[in-house]
Design a protein around this ligand. Structure first.
Ligand SMILES: [Zn+2]
Length: 450
């Protein structure tokens, strides 16, 4: 199963062309030709009962902005029918932290978009005083009658954007694409177009910040302008620096020094004229809730084992300063996510080692995410998609050997064995073996996305 799409007139194209500088224009003409015609739906290569699965063509972008662009989406309710290796396959929510939400937090609309309930509102008049980061030591939420969450926090939203944007799957051609920020931005914008919160489409609030993105600064300016003072902006990018600082005193001598603040600097932000600040209380929460990301960001850049992606919910003000327009963002909430090569999220250094090895062996895989669920939910650390197993092959890294974890581990092993069979899953006991066992072999990689 690959990413080939068949159009009603018999023409074929690949989903990956959408992010291919040479073929993107041709891809858009293919989609434009069938947009708005329910009788002429493109299809992927999946078959259900011998019949192909139709796809829906969706117009991208915000109203009144630039030429219309199109993207493909699966038909509502059909995500689970697509093969595990098809880009339109929808992860079984039970195999990620998505299962930690109450019913209704993520709801599929009749047009295939997802309606989400956010904990912090996008409108400024909705107060945003609740911490946007997980509380410490939160229990796992799966099974056992543990409480499920009634709304989505910023980390959940960041994970949802990553997953809906296809950034949690990896094949060897992603090395090139993920290193080019405009392609990453396009994937995230496409994801945001399919997400609705309250009356807003997330795409109208999202602005990404990244290196060498010639359109990025203008898009940020547009978003900030459109959101004005009444709406919050979602800023997303890789973090260069995250630190406490003390602002210069504004008053005359003898005035008490101003309180410490948090400062977040995105990669490539210089071209954007953007300054992100928050309270020291937010800094303290981040340090507690995202200890690995925080620690890494205190290290010199070249010593960092992982990079960190941030999603910032902010009120942004535009001001003129020395003849330049600068944007001052006050963060009401921040979520952090550690990522390895090709921006694949990782939760530990053991996972990072496995990720690098999978990439070295050019495997095709997916990284299921935790969302807002506790750290102990039963979802695999990775899923191999090239083994021929219709549901993928789960991979688990056991990295702790304390007593509390032993029971969880036991539970996970029982779960995988009963669902996938003894041979149907892979694990590495990192507390016992320094080197992981060989990965389950790949079957012939015909039609793998490229
Ligand atoms: Zn499919």
């Amino acid at each position: 199963m690959g990413d080939w799409i068949t159009f009603p007139d018999g023409r074929r194209g690949r989903l990956s062309w959408a992010q291919d500088t040479e073929r993107a224009a041709y891809w858009q003409t293919l989609l434009a030709a069938v947009h708005g015609d329910p009788q002429a739906r493109p299809q992927c290569d999946c078959r259900v009962g011998g019949r192909p699965l139709a796809l829906s063509v969706r117009a991208l972008g915000r109203q009144g902005r630039g030429p219309l662009r199109f993207c493909l989406a699966r038909m509502p309710g059909e995500g689970a029918l697509h093969d595990a290796s098809c880009p339109f396959h929808e992860n079984d929510p039970r195999r990620s932290g998505r299962s930690g939400y109450e019913d209704g937090v993520i709801r599929e609309l009749p047009d295939g978009r997802l309606r989400i309930t956010l904990e912090q509102g996008l409108a400024v008049r909705e107060r945003a005083t609740t911490p946007s980061v997980p509380r410490d030591g939160e229990p796992g939420r799966q099974g056992g009658g543990q409480p499920r969450q009634a709304s989505m926090r910023l980390l959940g939203l960041l994970h949802l954007l990553w997953e809906e944007g296809g950034l949690t799957t990896w094949s060897r051609s992603d090395v090139r694409r993920r290193a080019w920020w405009p392609a990453v931005r396009a994937a995230l914008e496409q994801a945001a177009t399919g997400l609705v919160a309250g009356r807003a489409t997330l795409a109208d609030h999202l602005a990404t910040i990244g290196y060498r993105d010639p359109d990025g600064p203008a898009l940020l300016a547009e978003t900030v302008q459109a959101c004005g003072e009444a709406q919050r902006v979602l800023l997303l990018g890789v973090v260069d620096r995250l630190e406490r600082y003390r602002p210069a005193p504004a008053g005359e001598d003898g005035a008490p020094p101003p309180p410490e603040r948090l400062r977040l600097v995105f990669d490539g932000v210089r071209a954007y004229g953007l300054f992100v600040c928050g309270t020291e209380a937010l800094a303290a929460r981040l340090e507690r809730s995202f200890p690995w990301a925080w620690r890494v960001l205190q290290q010199p850049r070249r010593e960092r084992a992982v990079r960190v992606v941030a999603l910032v919910l902010a009120r942004v003000r535009q001001v003129e300063r020395d003849g330049q327009t600068v944007r001052l963002a006050w963060a009401d909430g921040i979520a952090l996510m550690e990522v390895g090569p090709s921006l694949i999220p990782v939760a530990s250094s053991h996972e990072l080692a496995v990720l690098r090895a999978l990439q070295e062996e050019e495997r095709y895989f997916r990284k299921p995410l935790r969302y807002d669920a506790g750290r102990d939910v039963v979802h695999p650390d990775f899923e191999l998609l090239d083994t021929g197993a219709p549901r993928g092959t789960p991979m688990e890294v056991f990295g702790r050997d304390d007593e509390a974890y032993a029971a969880r581990r036991e539970e996970k092993a029982r779960h995988y064995t009963s669902v996938y069979g003894v041979e149907g899953w892979w694990f590495w006991d990192a507390t016992r073996d320094a080197i992981w066992p060989p990965f389950p072999p790949a079957v012939a990689q015909k039609g793998e996305p490229s």
